[in-house]
Design a protein around this ligand. Structure first.
Ligand SMILES: C[S@@+](CC[C@H](N)C(=O)[O-])C[C@H]1O[C@@H](n2cnc3c(N)ncnc32)[C@H](O)[C@@H]1O
Length: 330
């Protein structure tokens, strides 16, 4: 059974009375679960790993705590993401339970392992993109760079662009003719090699490639030395980020004041096959989620719009709805 199906409430089920809370919190396993979920939104599988228990056991406990209103569960395809439910700030009983659970998790080491478990979320993507691939991409109209160069003066801020997670550098075909300087970053050597070959083929001399994670210090230093970015692009990258909020904060930090973050990604979908086909971690985002990510990174004027499907290529993700978030650093 999938993680999310194991937790679904029976129809018509209502919250148990308050006294049941005391019974529910009398078990150390539930306290540990509560403490872990309050520290980070985690999948049932991750919780099972941290707690050293089977997924069905964890699902049962999550279900009980959810019914008591203590946990919230967010569905992502067959996965279920578990977090502490909002609204317990003033509840002394829940506070005490969290304190006790946290102590247990410090002693058994599970709390300290959360960062490692979250970081492992994109192991699959690292392996996937580390493989060298044969590309058979149809070429662009040879005059396209000239058309883009002609349009460039219409873009008021086009000193520096960052392409975070450039992959084989497709977006560089658009950015290089428009921006004076482009910093393209990817943590996969294999993809950087492909992007480098593209740059050589096109003769673009204003693009600098950095082989590193986009949150590496060397990226921040290089972009800062250029006075910050006018635009940071993250095209089809956010759905690989173990912590999307942290990723958006990092990307936003590369912007010069007044610069814009552009996140191109999928609308929330249910196509689990993409986890295998292209190592996707998250099954897209709702427009609301993207706006929240921007707001929490202190970006303003966030706008999300859909991209017509005919413009979304012919890859394994062409059938999905694509959208773009644009938000500005004040
Ligand atoms: C789906 S590809 C998208 C490539 C390109 N942006 C596009 O739209 O065609 C995702 C790329 O992001 C890179 N990537 C994922 N997480 C990254 C990170 N934290 N730092 C740098 N690159 C990352 C992967 O190595 C991969 O090349």
């Amino acid at each position: 059974m999938s993680e999310s199906a194991a937790i679904e409430d029976a129809p018509g089920q209502s919250a148990p009375p308050r006294w049941e809370l005391y019974k529910l919190l009398g078990e150390p396993e539930r306290l540990r679960l509560l403490a872990l979920a309050s520290s980070e939104e985690l999948t049932v599988g991750e919780l099972a790993d941290l707690l050293g228990e089977s997924q069905p056991n964890v699902s049962r406990r999550v279900k009980a705590l959810k019914q008591a209103g203590l946990l919230s569960v967010r569905k992502q395809g067959t996965r279920a993401l578990v977090a502490l439910a909002a609204g317990h700030a003033d509840d002394a009983v829940v506070h005490d339970a969290l304190r006790a659970g946290t102590r247990l998790c410090v002693v058994d080491g599970s709390l300290g392992r959360i960062a490692e478990i979250v970081a492992a979320r994109d192991d699959h993507a690292r392996e996937f993109f580390a493989q060298a691939v044969e590309t058979n991409t149809p070429d662009l109209p040879p005059e396209l760079p000239a058309y883009l160069s002609a349009m460039a003066p219409l873009i008021p801020r086009r000193r520096v662009a960052v392409d975070a997670g450039t992959g084989d550098g497709s977006l560089l075909d658009v950015l290089a003719p428009v921006f004076e300087q482009v910093v393209a970053v990817d943590r996969s050597e294999a993809r950087v090699a492909q992007a480098r070959a593209r740059l050589a083929r096109r003769g673009y001399r204003n693009v600098e490639l950095i082989s590193a994670p986009y949150d590496a210090a060397e990226v921040a230093q290089r972009v800062a030395s250029l006075g910050g970015a006018d635009v940071v692009f993250a095209a089809r990258v956010l759905h690989h980020a173990p912590r999307p909020q942290e990723a958006v904060r990092h990307l936003a930090s590369l912007l010069a004041p007044g610069g814009a973050l552009v996140v191109l990604d999928y609308l929330a979908h249910e196509d689990e096959a993409l986890r295998e086909q292209q190592a996707d971690l998250w099954l897209g985002f709702s427009a609301e989620e993207l706006r929240k990510l921007a707001a929490r990174a202190s970006l303003v004027d966030a706008a999300v719009h859909r991209i017509p499907q005919v413009r979304c290529g012919n890859g394994p993700d062409a059938h999905l709805d694509w959208q773009v978030l644009v938000a500005r650093r004040p």
